[in-house]
Write a protein of this length. Structure first.
Length: 124
């Protein structure tokens, strides 16, 4: 007889999903290669800069992987002038899906997020 491993829904595998998107009322030439199709009647420009997904059940190791993922995505924004990222009508969004429990982000990274005008959306 064959046995099948069925994942226990109460066991957290430590899956993390991080994505970076910029929404803007005006086009951002430096992000043109990341632009997505706009729906009919939609006036907002949307730039999907990337998604990073990983599974790490060890929370100590997950801290480093999460910081690395965030830094990797934020590197796409570094060349942009502050005026572009802080312009009225522009929203820079990091969407994170995190496992149950607590996560840690360093003060250095919090400052970087703030300097780039990033809004965090967090789902657990």
């Amino acid at each position: 007889m064959m046995s099948v491993d069925v994942p226990d829904p109460d066991v957290d595998a430590g899956q993390v999903i991080v994505s970076l998107t910029v929404f803007s009322a005006d086009p951002i030439d430096q992000l043109a290669s990341f632009g997505t199709e706009r729906a009919a009647g939609e006036s907002e420009h949307r730039y999907s800069l990337g998604t990073i997904t990983f599974d790490q059940p060890d929370w100590n190791a997950r801290i480093d992987q999460l910081e690395s993922a965030l830094d990797t995505l934020l590197d796409f924004l570094d060349p942009l002038p502050e005026a572009v990222l802080h312009a009225e009508g522009t929203v820079v969004r990091i969407f994170m899906t995190l496992p149950r429990g607590a996560e840690t982000i360093s003060a250095r990274l919090v400052r970087r997020l703030a300097n780039l005008n990033v809004t965090l959306w967090i789902d657990t």
